[in-house]
Design a protein. Sequence first.
Length: 459
Amino acid sequence: MKQLYFPEPFRIKSVEPLKMLTREEREEKIAAANYNVFALASQDVYIDLLTDSGTGAMSSAQWAGVMVGDESYAGADCYYKVQSSAKEIFGLPYIQLVHQGRAAEKVLLPVLLAGKKYAISNMHFDTTRAHVELAGARAIDCVVPQALDTTAYYDFKGNMDCARLEQYIAELGAENIGVIIMTITNNSAGGQPVSVENIRKTRAIAHKHGIKFMIDAARYAENAYFVKLREPEFKESSIADIVKATFEDADCFTMSSKKDAIVNMGGLIGCRDKALFELVKQRTISFEGFITYGGMSGRDIEALAQGLREGIDENYLRYRIGQMQYLAGRLDEAGIPYQSPVGGHAVFVDAKKLLPHIPYYEFPAQALAIELYREAGIRACDIGSYMLGNDPDTGKQLEADFEFTRLAIPRRVYTQSHLDVIADALINIKERASKIKGFCIVEEPPILRHFTAKLRPLD
C-alpha cells in the first residue's frame, strides 16, 4: 500500500481549544476587518494558515528551556548555547541574534546596499523587498522559468536563473549591485526548493563579479530535506551535512528562526567576514539591544538553541513535508490547481487558474483567501499582486508572476483531520468558483500594504 502520509513523530501533551463560528458570524467578522485577513481576531479563526512564522508548537525540551533561560542583559548563558548551535549547523564564524527575520534584514541590508542601486534574488519575499526599497535600492527577481508553469514538474523550481543573472549583471553593472540573495526555500515561488548545485553556481557568479552572496535561510532545513530527496550527490548525506554544503562560502545570511527553528520569536544574522560582522553588531545595539540578547528574552533564546537542532531532525522533516504531500494529494483528486510539486511549508493554490475571471488588479488570490474564511473559518493569505503592491517609482499596480493563495501549515500544530477540513473547503469553493468576485483597495500604506490595507468587494 502506498504511503501518502507520514505520521507524527511525537505525541500530544497539551491541547488548545478551537471554535467554529457560524457562516453568518464569519461574514460579519471579515466585513468588520475590511476584508483584510490580518485584521481578524485569532479567536474568530478555526484553522489558522496565515503564516508558519512563529506559529509552531514547541517541544517539551524547548518548554523546559524556557524555565531555565538566563535573563541577564549581557553575557547570558543561553547566548553561548545559541552561538554553539548556530556555528555548528551553518559553519559561519560570526552569529548575531535579532528578534526576527525582518529585524535581520533591517540590520544587514542597508550595510550591503549602501551606495548601491539593486539587489537580485531568486525571488524576494515581502519584507526583504521592502527593506531593499527602504535602503534606496530596487529588488529584481530572477527565478528559473520552470517556476512559472505551476502544473509542470521540476525538481528545483526555486532555483536562480543563472544565465539571466549574468545578463542582469552585465546590463546593470556589477558596481551597482549590492547583494545577490538566495531564498531557501523560495517562498514567493511556492515554497520551492533550491539545489545545492544552483547555490554553488550563483555564489560563483556573485564572487566572480565582487558581489556579496547572501542566503535568506528561513526554511533552510526543509530545503535540505528536498535536496536529500532530489539531488543525487546528497542522496546518502545527512541533513546536517547538506546544510553545511548549502552555506559553504556564503558571505552572510539572514534568518527568521520562527520557521525552521520552531520557535515563537527569534532571528539570526550570520557573517563570514569580521569587518562586516562589526558593522552588524553596532547596528544591532542601535535597533535591537545589546549583542548577547539581540531584542530577545533569555527564555526565547534558550528555546531557539534547542529548536535549531530539532529542526534538522530527519524524522521530523519527513513528517513535515508529508503533511504538504497529503494535502496536495487531496487537491489532486479534486482537480484543484496549485504550485506543483508541493513545497515545504505550504500549499500554494493557483488562484489565477481557479478564478480565471478575476484579473490581477482585482486580486484573485485575496478573493480566494476571503472565500476560505467564509466557507470554513480558515485564514490563509495572498501571495500575488495584492501582496506585491505598487511600483515604487510610478505608483502603478504591479502584476505578480503568480496569484497564489498560500496555505501555510504551522509546525507540529494541526492533524490530518484539519488537513481534510481544508481540502473539503476548497472542493466546495471550486463548485461555485465562477460566482466569486474580486476586490478593490480603499485605503493602503505605501510599503507592505497587505498587512493593513482596507478593501471592499466589487459588485
